[in-house]
Ligand binder design. Sequence first.
Ligand SMILES: [Cu+2]
Length: 231
Amino acid sequence: MNKNALALLALALVAGLARAGTVQLTITDKDGKPAPDVVVLVQQTVKAVPSPAAKPVVITQEGLRFIPFLTVVPVGSTLRFINKDGYDHHVRATASGPLGSIAPAKTFELRLDADPIASARGGTDPYPSGPAKKPSGTSTADIKMDQAGPIGLSCHIHGSMRGQVYVADTPWFGKTDAKGVATIEGVPDGAAQLTLWHPDQLQDQPAVPVQVSATPVSANTQLNFVPRRRR
Ligand SMILES: [Cu+2]
């Protein structure tokens, strides 16, 4: 092999390593209905450490809900909690799973004051826990997610408020939308396992093997349970 051929081969190898594709997974529940809010993690034979999200990832408290219900971030990222209601909320890291059997990947607890603008508009707590206090303006808080795993979210003041965070230890992850579809781009070529996680699961879900290439790959799978419906 001459020098030029060697150089071409080296280029081809580098290009081959850098090649990536798109993975699309469609998930249904045990009844065959679309399963939203399922965490999908791409696990490859060679583990890759994710880079933290470039900017804080926002979770809003609005209308007595955590929005979005489920947030997936790479480990090392910062979550920004913002209260947009005209009344106070808590954010508390809680155990995950229907049996509360999975300790939160990070323990934290904070109180977010009413959003001053929403408060001035007359937003009042439908379930007040005490006399209204003057907003101090600290309706936002940042918390770094330095451990991988699930974290449940709740609010002391409003027992019905539930949210979920999943801190991913892989750079390639997604979550299913209302149609049960998760699309993950930029996955390096080669054999990979898609692992699933849902806050209501009682047992691990079977991993889905895929072969990633330049051509987008689609796969389907079914959960072995029916998630609770959310309000
Ligand atoms: Cu609340």
